[in-house]
Design a protein around this ligand. Structure first.
Ligand SMILES: Cc1cc2nc3c(=O)[nH]c(=O)nc-3n(C[C@H](O)[C@H](O)[C@H](O)COP(=O)(O)O)c2cc1C
Length: 154
């Protein structure tokens, strides 16, 4: 087996929390993408990072200073995760009634919302590491996070 295949199998053993990253482009079109690569960086300043594939629709809309939201999904939002990770279902991404589209789109019924501003963009081959400065966050009291391991939701 190749190093890539060994690495892929090893990474499938991690348990990921599933989020949807959302923003609105300068053209006014909202974007949403399922992501598992969200990691906190520091509390001072409050910051996180996400690794975004350069081939994704949202990628080129992520500019320094632009706003986005990380919406941590609940166990019952598996279908939304599927929609936001399926190129063919792009038109359905904002059909869920729980999206608040007043400004930067965010999911009103998410397990948590973390509102950020892009602080740094770092290119790494196929991906860009996006550093977000946290401008606000909220979370539900009951813990029911949607998780993903070995290619399946748990
Ligand atoms: C559980 C899960 C986690 C994912 N995590 C990431 C991620 O962290 N970064 C990324 O670029 N794509 C990730 N993807 C893949 C994108 O969601 C998928 O390629 C999406 O269709 C890209 O957006 P687009 O269709 O608007 O181009 C993930 C997919 C799933 C199912």
């Amino acid at each position: 087996m190749s190093i890539q295949e060994d690495f892929r199998l090893a990474m499938r053993r991690y348990i990921y929390s599933v989020s949807v990253m959302s923003n609105v482009g300068t053209n006014g079109i909202p974007n949403a993408i399922t992501v598992s690569s969200v990691t906190s960086i520091s509390m001072d300043p409050p910051s996180l990072l996400i690794c975004i594939n350069k081939s994704s629709r949202i990628h080129d809309t992520l500019e320094i200073g632009s706003k986005f939201c990380i919406n941590l999904l609940n166990k019952d939002q598996e279908e939304l995760s599927n929609i936001c990770s399926d190129e063919g279902r792009y038109e359905q991404r904002f059909s869920d009634e729980n999206w608040n589209l007043d400004n930067v789109p965010f999911l009103e019924n998410a397990q948590a919302n973390i509102h950020c501003k892009v602080d740094q963009l770092s290119s790494y081959h196929t991906h860009t590491i996006v550093v977000g400065l946290v401008e606000g966050a909220n979370s539900l009291s009951n813990i029911a996070t949607l998780t993903y391991v070995d290619g399946e939701y748990r």
